[in-house]
Write a protein that binds this ligand. Sequence first.
Ligand SMILES: Cc1ncc(COP(=O)(O)O)c(C=O)c1O
Length: 433
Amino acid sequence: MTTGQTRKPLTELDPAALDARIQQLEARHQQLQARKLKLDLTRGKPATEQLDLSNDLDGILKGDYRLADGSDARNYGGLRGIPEARQLGAELLGTRAEVVMAGGNSSLTLMYQIVTTALNNGLWGPGSSWRASTGGKPVRFLCPAPGYDRHFAICEALGIEMIPVDIGPDGPDVAQLTELVSADPTIKGIWCVPKYANPTGCTYSDEVVRGLAALPKSAGEHFLVLWDNAYAVHHLQSPGDELSDLMAAAEAAGTADQVVMFSSTSKITFAGAGVAFLASSENVLKQFERQLGFATIGPDKVNQLRHVRFLSGRIDEHMRQHAELVKPKFDAVLAQLQSDLAGLDIASWTEPRGGYFISFDCRPGLAREIVRLAGEAGVTLTPAGATWPYGKDPQDSNIRLAPTFPSLSDVEAATEVFTLCVELASARQLRAG
Ligand SMILES: Cc1ncc(COP(=O)(O)O)c(C=O)c1O
């Protein structure tokens, strides 16, 4: 988290100096509006040049659809995915192929299916559904915040109540989590993005991973740790962060039936046309497979095989090429934040070592206003509040910046507008007292 120390804090300016500064900033804001910019810092998706890195997926099979076990990838069957793809998923998730299922194109779909199965059918045998075990009370989830809006949307769609919990540079506070789950058996799960978290960029420490593996022991029946390792290999520097193996820690703690890990190649190859993975205990995989079998005969094994042939043995090199494209954009945002806002005592932000986002915190009560001002000047930002359950940031202070998709020059132009809006909103708030 950077706060900077180089300029006179805005918080120390007297009213006359603040008025003068507000006038300058307003004039600049008006000039920017006249430029009719149309820039977008909202989309956490790969840029076209990143997608181009995987164009060799097309045609890579050259008519050879045989798997190592002699079967034909083009035909029906194999709910757990092809063994080769399960091995690839194990590499991404840092675990063993035996506990991995390779699925369709989206890990978010797998998360939704796991949660609905746990809620309605149970993942632990007959009568184990969350609905049954809460005796009609709403199921509740712990949600480290700021976090990933689509996790929160799954809960909201399914009527699962969300409890925001703190997240720091090493991950959530395990003592706080333990206290909460011990006191309330209707808390049935927690969302985690353990590496280069969306949006803070933090990677959970070994101690936090061990604490989360043990958490189900303090919770009511059938608590689930949902481990969304979406950014497992998305380093911005070398060497990348190391995340310790949750599954090994859960096996050691006797909680392997209560962790489910997810990942996908969405931001490795083609977003929307990749392969998703899930890992859990054999018990859970069997229960899940039973439900999945009502919905599909099997995943797209041809796409799985394409990914295996394309990525095997070269994930690191491929991700290095991604980083070459992505890092200059992160550097541009961070340099602009530093030069425009450092030392003003009005904001702080993360400096991620990987992933897709920078998490920015302004003075309480200003996030919505900053997003509005940026919108007036032609820069679309992720709506304030989106990183919190129910879209409600209690401090109205967090803004998620997503620099990967626009061109470098657009990222630079958008960040300049952003910092201006941050300073303008802050100066006006300080002046109003
Ligand atoms: C934390 C996280 N999980 C999952 C996803 C989506 O993954 P998929 O494309 O595999 O559904 C995203 C996409 O932004 C994400 O940030």
